[in-house]
Ligand binder design. Structure first.
Ligand SMILES: Cc1ncc(COP(=O)(O)O)c(C=O)c1O
Length: 408
């Protein structure tokens, strides 16, 4: 059992109101709230240490550069990687783009990139573009009826033309944890490279990249209690060495001349051109400390308790359709009969409840669930059973008339 009073006291935003009601925040798959330690880092750095890193020959810059590198060490420990396998990015989107474009030169005509219909645009779009440029093909894993990767079809899916397998670890729509251990094992027996979109996994389940043996993993800091503007690209050293840098500029090169000869710095520095989000990156370390203090296993358990409670309470509601009743995480998608998802979300907002409505940036998901728009409630470590009960009560009585009344 989590000490929720202690946890919630660390998140000042939970004391604020929305629509005049206490805020109930269930949009954690979009972004998470920030604990005081993270806020303190940002204000401290902006107030008294807002200098650049790795460029200044003065004490303030040495200090802040050291803190920045300490954040890299913390991230490496958090996922059991080596420190030089950690590249800081602006978020999952930049990391996933860096991987697709950085590996592009390995693709030949007819090669196959294997992914899923449940993946996010940030993973699909870069590969769709790269496939067009290299005359390669995108193929999709066969899914079971409920939308899980069909392991009985894995052998056929991983045929000899497949070069890269790139997929979401935890679906931001269905909440399923993909069976990545099996996929990675079989892929490596066939010399394929596996890339994971960890945007919804690293902040929710314990991640050990060495045990998993994954080749690349990208995610965002803001979905794990850090500020926006920072993300992480993990790559096995041997694969980072083969990744072309899509971002060139100050800080990433050791030397260049007017003949166009460029010597890049070693990995990971060569991927970090330009001034990064310094305060966000340093605050990521505090976010990881917070998550570690709770424990990743406890966080996952807590989300599952909340989600099970929610599902059991709404299972008899005839006007609610849940599309992922067997979700493995705190992500639940549903619709209210006869009410457009955005209208229902606006109605919940008028009760202080924040949920997401729409396609959740996974525009191929309708192939799986048969609808394009849903409501999504996503629970996290600071949410309570009482908050879930409040959502249930508002959903019990929701009607089209009440939603429409909001606009009058
Ligand atoms: C599964 C998944 N991948 C990628 C992203 C993109 O993350 P960001 O917008 O932080 O780059 C998200 C964000 O919602 C996501 O849920």
């Amino acid at each position: 059992m989590l000490d929720l009073n202690h946890i919630r006291a660390q998140f000042p935003i939970l004391k604020t109101k929305m629509s005049g009601k206490p805020l109930i925040y269930f949009d954690n798959a979009a972004t998470t709230l920030k604990p005081q330690s993270v806020i303190n880092d940002v204000t401290r750095i902006l107030s008294s240490q807002s200098v650049n890193i790795h460029r200044g020959d003065y004490q303030l810059s040495y200090d802040i550069s050291n803190e920045y590198e300490e954040a890299r060490v913390s991230v490496a420990k958090f996922i059991n990687a080596d420190v030089n396998e950690i590249v800081f990015t602006s978020g999952a989107t930049e990391g996933l783009n860096a991987i697709a474009y950085g590996l592009e030169h390995h693709l030949n005509e007819g090669d196959v990139i294997l992914t899923t219909h449940t993946d996010h645009a940030s993973n699909l779009l870069p590969w769709i573009e790269v496939a067009k440029r290299r005359k390669a093909k995108i193929e999709y894993f066969k899914l079971t009826e409920e939308g899980r990767i069909d392991l009985s079809k894995l052998d056929q899916a991983l045929h000899s033309k497949v070069k890269f397998i790139t997929l979401v670890h935890v679906s931001n729509v269905l909440g399923f944890i993909n069976p990545v251990e099996d996929i990675i094992k079989m892929a490596h027996q066939r010399n394929m490279v596996v890339i994971l979109d960890g945007a919804q996994s690293v902040a929710h389940i314990k991640m050990d990249v060495k045990a998993l043996d994954v080749d690349f993993l990208a995610w965002s800091g803001h979905k794990m209690c850090s500020p926006t503007g920072v993300g992480v690209l993990y790559g096995k050293k041997e694969w980072l060495e083969q990744l072309k840098s899509i971002k060139l500029g100050g800080g990433s090169n050791a030397q260049f001349n007017e003949q166009g000869e460029v010597i890049l710095k070693s990995v990971p520095t060569r991927f970090e051109a330009g001034t990064p989000a310094i305060e966000s990156t340093i605050a990521l370390k505090s976010a990881l400390q917070f998550l570690d203090s709770v424990g990743m296993h406890h966080i996952h358990e807590h989300e599952v308790i909340l989600k099970n409670h929610f599902l059991s309470k709404i299972q008899d509601f005839k006007h609610i359709t849940v599309y992922n009743p067997s979700t493995d995480t705190g992500i639940v998608i549903f619709n209210v009969e006869g009410i457009f998802a955005q209208d229902a979300a606006a109605y919940l907002s008028s009760h202080g409840i924040a949920v997401r409505a729409g396609n959740h940036c996974a525009k191929l998901i309708h192939h799986v669930i048969g609808v394009t728009e849903t409501l999504r409630a996503s629970f996290y470590v600071y949410n309570t059973i009482d908050e879930v009960d409040h959502l249930v009560e508002v959903l019990r009585d929701i009607t089209l008339e009440k939603c429409v009344d909001l606009y009058i």
